[in-house]
Design a protein around this ligand. Structure first.
Ligand code: FAD
Ligand code: NAI
Length: 566
């Protein structure tokens, strides 16, 4: 394996700040410590959520001039990439969590944690309203309201049911630790139930039919893990029922793992076919009853009896976010709109990051157009090559996502698009027709898409924002960001820059696919080792728990080839 890849992938987790402590998370009640007079002068920062975004914010925050209240119903951080391993018993829950109190006690910043759930944000009065959530019981009598100067919203997103009838009542989800533990118990329950005497063959088959809905990374990873669990462990424990076991993966679109490179998609589909996982594409689930699933496939519908369903069709919106968006006039969207500095649009002192937020790309495009208009001082529609280069540099500095496309050699760059739209750099000037430029930008826009709701994005946003908070005073005096458009002067900070470090998809049977920056794809046993190394680099215990042997893998099957996209 290319050592550069290993190093880079190690950086992925470490740069996300996800160093795990692996001690057992015990529920602890949040206790508000007495505030001294000095503390009362500090700026109050309220952080909602202890997931990837919230925890990375807390880990990076160093400046002691804040008084921080952390509010979350979960008093521990979960390393979600390893959550599917808990469903099959490969990992124990305590191996992938880190108690929040363990994190905050090491800080030199005043941080108080409350185990509570925020149910209302009042942006006008700078207050959040919360209910305690001790032992999983939301207690209306234990309501708390908390004032803030700065609010950091990092409450993630729930599983999306699309309001499909019966989903909430009959399906399992895979978002939280409790979900993973429940799935694990239910799988065993199905095997025990199917082993009871006096069952018809049909009934036994129904009970042992495991259906996964959604062929995204969650559904695929879980299906692969379940297949290994059944094949390696459960059929030995329940040999009499092994013939009745079936795993079906239902995906509404034409392929599973749509967001990955097509070589990974094809590999995963073929591997699942070989493993006997029944992948049905073009299969949209429209209703789930207690024993049957209604599937729309092609022109018609069919029913499918099941024993357990895991619903993995992506993420939705928390009701508190929906309410808040209405309050601040953001309408009915999936996620809170922020600018590139992660500030919630239309609010003062409120930041949103991770799965509950999205950066407003339309604004980015408008700003880029404005950069051009500003550079075209005499309104001739012509820029010198130097001016043109400055414009590109400016875009590069302000909008890293666009810069990502500018940098990526394998894609048509913005510069190419501009040259197409007119302009002749060779002659010393670039003629820019704004209308054509706009249409060129819209092509970049459609390629840019929104940042994906992943741990990588959430972790980097948490780190970025804490870094801004750490330097807040200094940057008020000496702004370091690029010149701003709408207001006078420079912005205090650089905008958020996302660095994509690649994505893994474990496919079972000790095989993993990885899509790395620059369109590098790696699939096979060695990639599984790469995956182990990345996570084991966080703590040896994970490696042990993942049943790693000291021997190198028997079969190396690695494919690494960049592909030129046009
Ligand atoms: P979360 O991590 O979901 O954290 C939200 C926090 O807010 C939680 O602490 C929650 O308790 C708290 N909260 C919720 N409601 C409230 C409220 N009302 N008030 C206060 N607090 C609240 N991404 C990757 O990049 N790579 C992977 O390999 C990967 N694997 C994944 C595997 C699985 C099974 C899943 C489900 C996701 C995976 N992801 C992966 C996606 C990644 O986990 C999410 O993108 C990431 O968790 C988002 O971080 P977040 O901080 O926004 O939200
Ligand atoms: P997803 O949104 O990525 O995929 C959901 C899938 O469900 C889609 O393919 C969609 O077409 C399908 N679907 C939707 N409704 C359906 C229906 N009614 N019937 C059948 N199929 C339906 O969701 P997922 O996998 O939960 O991932 C959420 C986020 O977390 C993504 O951003 C993903 O990248 C990230 N993640 C990353 C992982 C990794 O990098 N290994 C692992 C898990 C999640």
């Amino acid at each position: 394996v290319n050592p550069w890849l290993v190093r880079m992938l190690m950086v992925f987790t470490v740069s996300g700040g996800c160093v795990l402590a692996f001690s057992e998370a015990k529920p602890e009640n949040g206790v508000l410590s007495d505030s001294s007079e000095a503390d009362s002068k500090k700026k109050k920062v309220v952080v909602l959520g202890t997931g990837w975004a919230g925890i990375n914010f807390l880990k990076t925050l160093k400046n002691p001039s804040y008084d921080v209240q952390v509010i979350s119903p979960r008093n521990y951080f979960v390393f979600t990439p390893l959550l599917p391993s808990v469903t099959c018993g490969t990992l124990e829950p305590r191996s992938i969590v880190e108690p929040v109190r363990n994190i905050v006690r090491k800080k030199n910043v005043n941080i108080h944690y409350w185990e509570a759930e925020c149910f209302k944000i009042d942006a006008e009065n700078k207050k959040v309203y919360c209910r305690s959530n001790i032992a999983g019981n939301l207690n209306e009598k234990e309501e708390i309201d908390v004032d803030y100067d700065y609010l950091v919203i990092a409450i993630g997103a729930p599983a999306n049911t699309f309001n499909i009838p019966g989903v909430a009542e009959n399906c399992h989800f895979l978002k939280e630790m409790e979900d993973a533990q429940k799935i694990r118990r239910t799988v065993i329950d199905c095997f025990e139930r199917a082993s009871l005497p006096n069952l018809s063959d049909d009934e036994r088959k129904r009970i042992l039919h495991f259906v996964v809905v959604g062929g995204g990374p969650t559904g695929v990873e879980f299906s692969a893990g379940l297949h290994d669990y059944v094949k390696e462990d459960l059929v030995r424990l329940y040999p009499k029922v092994k013939e009745a076991v079936k795993i079906t993966l239902l995906e509404a679109t034409d392929h599973i793992l749509n967001m990955f490179d097509k070589r990974i998609t094809a590999f995963a589909e073929e591997k699942f076919q070989r493993d006997g996982i029944d992948v049905k594409t073009g299969a949209m689930v429209v209703k789930v009853s207690d024993k049957e699933i209604l599937v729309k496939n092609g022109g018609g519908t069919s029913t499918m009896p099941y024993g357990m369903v895991v619903w993995a069709t992506g993420i939705g919106t928390r009701p508190i976010i929906t309410e808040f968006m209405k309050q601040i006039g953001q309408g009915n969207r999936r996620a809170l709109l922020t600018d590139e500095w992660l500030r919630v649009e239309g609010c003062d002192g409120i930041y949103a990051l991770g799965d509950c937020a999205t950066i407003n790309q339309r604004r980015v495009m408008e700003d880029i157009l404005a950069i051009f208009r500003k550079a075209d001082k005499d309104k001739s529609g012509t820029l010198t090559v130097k001016e043109f280069q400055e414009v590109i540099d400016d875009i590069r500095e302000r909008y890293p996502q666009v810069a990502l496309y500018l940098k990526n050699k394998h894609m048509r760059t913005l510069v190419d698009l501009l040259k197409d739209s007119k302009g002749d750099a060779v002659k010393g000037s670039v003629e820019v027709n704004l209308e054509e430029f706009k249409s060129a930008l819209s092509q970049v826009d459609s390629q840019m898409k929104n940042l994906p709701p992943t741990a990588q994005v959430a972790a980097q946003q948490g780190t970025y924002l804490a870094d801004c908070f750490n330097r807040m005073e200094k940057c008020e005096r000496n702004p370091e960001g690029p010149l701003r458009f709408r207001c006078e002067g420079r912005h205090r900070f650089h905008p958020f820059r996302y660095k994509h470090l690649g994505q893994f998809a474990p496919l079972g049977g000790e095989q993993t696919a990885a899509q790395l920056p620059g369109d590098w794809v790696s699939i096979g046993h060695s990639t599984q080792w790469l995956w182990y190394s990345v996570y084991a680099s966080n703590d040896v215990e994970v490696g042990t728990a993942l049943k790693m042997s000291n021997q190198p893998p028997e079969k190396i099957n690695i494919l690494v080839c960049p592909e030129v996209k046009t």
